[in-house]
Design a protein around this ligand. Structure first.
Ligand code: PMP
Length: 417
């Protein structure tokens, strides 16, 4: 990468791989083109693998973003008057709740103070109480990583408790899918959605989700269909046809981005015969990058917004400004060649900033080190002892973390462990 290009280390869009860039730069193919059909079919099949979803689950890839995926979940799974439980860990949980309210659902929010997360036991109690009152929740919604707070939840117990109580479980993976561990089939989760510009490693422009059989059945059981452009029943025949080797039409697909999707997913899977092993390596690469960055942040006195270590996401760092500093720090980091992001949660406005470290960057120690250097220079001064110490802490941890067999490899992009 040319050193003069400012590095994009916000929590999406993110740096993308050279191969994905090339794939996204071709002349757009027609959606009925036979070569495009084959590539799109392969991308859809690869989604099931990246999601670690059961074979009967249905992948969806639409022009749009995470917000569109959220709206499709709200409108296909919940009917007006039904009850929804939202486990909120920040801004995007609140957005999900607002969409469900606009859908006419009765929404109950389980929230925690900024930086904290409700426990799965609380969701279990709420689901049990609702079921015994005769007014059960139709679905539980939770954000895998809330990008506004950097809070990670473990979706597994939420998925399992929802299933135990007969509710659907829906997870917003926009800042997590392809970065944080998610095992859709093993956990019995019903819907997991994301957008292309995050850990999947593409430009913005695609809304992506995989729906399990219970979620698909819930859509079919709706008495009144959702808006046509969002209707899973309108889209599914198209994806099914492509996977069966025939192109089909409902709305013109974003062909160029779908070529890039095939490339990006193949990079994650490394065309491995064993998706579980490939994805375990991808998740480990994110953990390794996050841990090494945390070592650097500690040296620089940057405290995380998440209140406990297990709540700290591996796809981004949400960091409190040091004493006496504020939003001007974001511009100061950029002056050193790296773009990071300000805060997003109104309740914490002006008190923190965010650094994205997902997707391709987790395979590029240079990008991560450049980020540490730029943040270190902005916080402690370029070439200061603290900035150098932060770089050393990053390098030592990146090369010697518990999941690492190899010595520090700061010479070229590689899989994280
Ligand atoms: N959910 C989460 C967790 C997100 O991080 C985002 C985007 N930052 C969204 C939903 C919305 O996605 P989009 O901006 O692509 O509409």
């Amino acid at each position: 990468m040319p050193p003069e290009r400012t590095l994009l280390m916000i929590p999406g869009p993110v740096e993308i791989s050279p191969a994905v860039r090339e794939a996204a730069a071709v002349a757009p193919p027609g959606h009925l083109d036979p070569d495009f059909q084959t590539t799109f079919a392969a991308a859809l099949a690869a989604m099931r693998q990246v999601w670690l979803a059961p074979p009967e689950a249905a992948p969806f890839a639409l022009a749009g973003g995470g917000t569109l995926a959220m709206e499709s979940a709200a409108t296909n799974l919940v009917a007006p008057g039904e009850r929804a439980l939202v486990v909120s860990t920040g801004y995007f949980g609140e957005r999900m709740a607002e969409m469900l309210r606009r859908r006419g659902a009765e929404v109950v929010i389980l929230a925690a103070p900024p930086g904290d997360a409700p426990a799965a036991g609380q969701a279990d109690a709420a689901l049990a109480a609702a079921a015994s009152s005769g007014r059960p929740f139709k679905a539980l919604f939770a954000t895998h990583v809330d990008t506004s707070t950097g809070v990670l939840i473990d979706p597994e117990p939420f998925a399992r408790t929802a299933r135990r109580h007969g509710a659907l479980s829906v997870f917003d993976g926009v800042c997590a899918t392809g970065g944080e561990r998610f095992e859709m089939a093993a956990w019995g989760a019903d819907l997991y959605f994301t957008a292309s510009q995050k850990a999947i490693g593409l430009p913005p422009g695609l809304a992506l989700w995989v729906a399990g059989p219970r979620a698909l059945a819930a859509r079919r059981a709706l008495a009144a269909p959702p808006p046509l452009a969002l209707d899973w029943e309108a889209w599914r025949p198209v994806f099914e046809a492509y996977e069966a080797g025939r192109p089909a039409y409902f709305s013109t697909p974003p062909t160029t981005l779908l070529l890039a999707l095939r490339t990006g997913l193949a990079e994650l899977l490394e065309d491995d015969d064993e998706p579980a092993a490939a994805m375990a390596a991808v998740f480990a690469a994110h953990r390794r990058a996050a841990r090494a960055l945390r070592s650097a942040w500690r040296v620089l006195g940057l405290a995380p917004v998440p209140v406990r270590e297990p709540l700290e996401a591996h796809t981004l760092s949400a960091l409190r400004f040091p004493a006496g500093r504020g939003n001007e720090l974001v511009a100061a980091v950029r002056a050193h060649g790296v773009t990071v992001a300000g805060g997003l949660l109104p309740a914490l406005a002006g008190t923190y900033f965010r650094v994205g470290h997902m997707g391709w960057a987790t395979r590029s120690p240079e990008m991560l080190l450049r980020t540490v250097s730029a943040v270190g220079a902005a916080v402690a001064g370029a070439g200061s002892a603290a900035a150098r110490e932060a770089e050393r802490a990053f390098e030592a941890d990146f090369g010697t973390g518990p999941e690492t067999a190899a010595p520090p490899a700061l010479a070229g992009p590689r899989r994280g462990d």
